[in-house]
Design a protein around this ligand. Structure first.
Ligand SMILES: Nc1nc2c(c(=O)[nH]1)N[C@H]1C(S)=C(S)[C@@H](COP(=O)(O)O)O[C@H]1N2
Ligand SMILES: [Mo]
Length: 423
């Protein structure tokens, strides 16, 4: 209680200092004339660009060596909840297509009354909606990533939070609800699944329960107010909110309505996994992403200039719906306090959290833990491992998908921030 009070007092002190600084700047206005910037361009390009001083960018995912063009989002540089389209992470399993929208066709067939082919125009004439949803790769944040052993030679050490957790992004997606299109073709009795295929070289395909398809899945052609980017599936992709990224098939070519899941190449070879509690069976058709939060500033790869006030900020999201609570610990998990959730807090969207912190300059570990609308709490690594029946050294040689263990960041006395996950 008393520590809460003194925290607040310290924060007030910090904000008074900020205010004084602002005043100082004001009185200095006239004298600062020498610092006037150079003139900008006389005119701006019709397609705007960011300031030449802004350098944040995606990075190659280390699996780039196996698949072309995998990129991770610079989460640590994002400001609110939306990921700018040029920074959206990319996960491609084969060579992506280059589609002329005039030639684009989407076939819907299988257990339907009227099999139909839709052009992009056809889809854009139908009732539409815009919704803010995250897309997260099922391998995001997993030790060794993508279900691969940390011992594999491809493994390159992570430099920052982007390398570990940058396979999630959040956009405003615009499109036709898939239910509208399925009602148009008339789904037959007995149908229970859909199988979707992309136009990429390997004909990427995945199975999805019909109940989800009829619920909140979008055929998205818009991303943050512009057409979906080529990397994200131009001109049309599926967007299955809250479900693992692989369900959101890009460059959508066909949807077949069926009465059982197909066992597609990706489902068997890429998106299934083994874990000790499965006793030799593989887990697949694991759809919903679990609740997860990550502190993005301060985070691994960053350097705190010295003790004093910091805003701890990061993102939380869940395939279970909306985020209800994010708690922060600045003492290695001994005590927790609620972070402030910034509005809007939306179902299946990134949620921004903020927390006032004064660092005393001592070595410590900071952590975040979220709870979603169902009351599911993000687990610590020990608990996550226990649920899987994973022995203590499991993560040295193995990995799984849907990894959502609490991420601890260690702050050293010199201000260096590093990964403190004890794998
Ligand atoms: N057609 C097609 N769709 C695809 C993929 C793909 O390789 N081809 N990759 C999937 C995977 S593994 C993920 S995690 C998401 C990533 O979406 P993004 O590249 O837009 O971030 O797309 C999914 N949809
Ligand atoms: Mo993925």
């Amino acid at each position: 209680m008393s520590s809460k009070k003194s925290d607040r007092r310290r924060f007030l002190k910090a904000s008074t200092a900020l205010a004084a600084g602002a005043l100082g700047a004001k009185s200095g206005l006239a004298a600062e004339a020498a610092n006037e910037p150079k003139a900008g361009p006389r005119n701006y390009a019709n397609l705007g660009e960011r300031s030449r001083f802004v350098t944040t960018a995606r990075k190659d995912d280390y699996l780039n060596r196996l698949y072309p063009s995998k990129k991770v989002t610079p989460l640590q540089d994002l400001m609110g909840i939306i990921t700018p389209a040029p920074l959206h992470f990319v996960a491609n399993h084969s060579v992506p297509p280059d589609i002329d929208p005039r030639e684009y066709r989407l076939l819907i067939h299988g257990m339907v009354d009227r099999p139909m082919t839709f052009t992009l125009d056809d889809l854009q004439r139908m009732p539409s909606d815009s919704r803010i949803y995250f897309v997260e790769c099922n391998g995001n944040g997993a030790p060794g990533k993508h279900g691969m052993s940390t011992a594999r030679p491809e493994k390159t050490p992570s430099e920052n939070v982007q390398d570990i957790h940058g396979r999630t992004s959040c956009s405003e997606w615009t499109g036709v609800p898939l239910s509208v299109v399925l009602n148009e073709v008339g789904v037959q009795k007995g149908a229970s699944w859909i199988v979707s295929e992309g136009y990429d070289s390997q004909k990427y395909s995945h199975s999805l329960p019909l109940s989800k398809a009829m619920d909140d899945v979008l055929l998205a052609y818009g991303q943050n107010g512009e057409p979906v980017r080529p990397e994200q599936g131009y001109p049309v992709r599926l967007l299955a909110p809250g479900f693992q990224g692989p369900e959101s098939v890009k460059w959508l070519r066909q949807i077949k309505v069926v009465d059982e899941p197909y066992v597609t190449r990706e489902e068997i070879s890429m998106h299934s996994y083994l874990s000790p509690n499965l006793q030799g069976k593989a887990r697949w058709f694991h759809f919903e992403m679990p609740p997860k939060s990550v502190i993005l500033r301060p985070a691994m790869g960053q350097q705190l200039p010295g003790k004093g006030y910091y805003e701890i900020t990061g993102l939380a999201w869940s395939g279970g719906g909306a985020i209800r609570r994010v708690e922060i610990s600045v003492d290695g998990g001994r005590s927790w306090k609620d972070a402030k959730l910034q509005e809007p807090v939306l179902r299946f969207a990134h949620t921004r959290f903020r927390f006032n912190w004064t660092w005393n300059g001592e070595e410590t570990v900071i952590l975040s833990r979220c709870t979603d609308e169902r009351g599911t709490v993000q687990p610590a690594l020990a608990e996550f491992s226990k649920r899987l029946g994973a022995p203590k050294d499991f993560w040295r040689t193995s990995s799984v998908f849907h990894f959502n263990a609490i991420q601890p960041w260690k702050i050293e006395r010199d201000g260096k921030v590093s990964d403190a996950m004890e794998l």
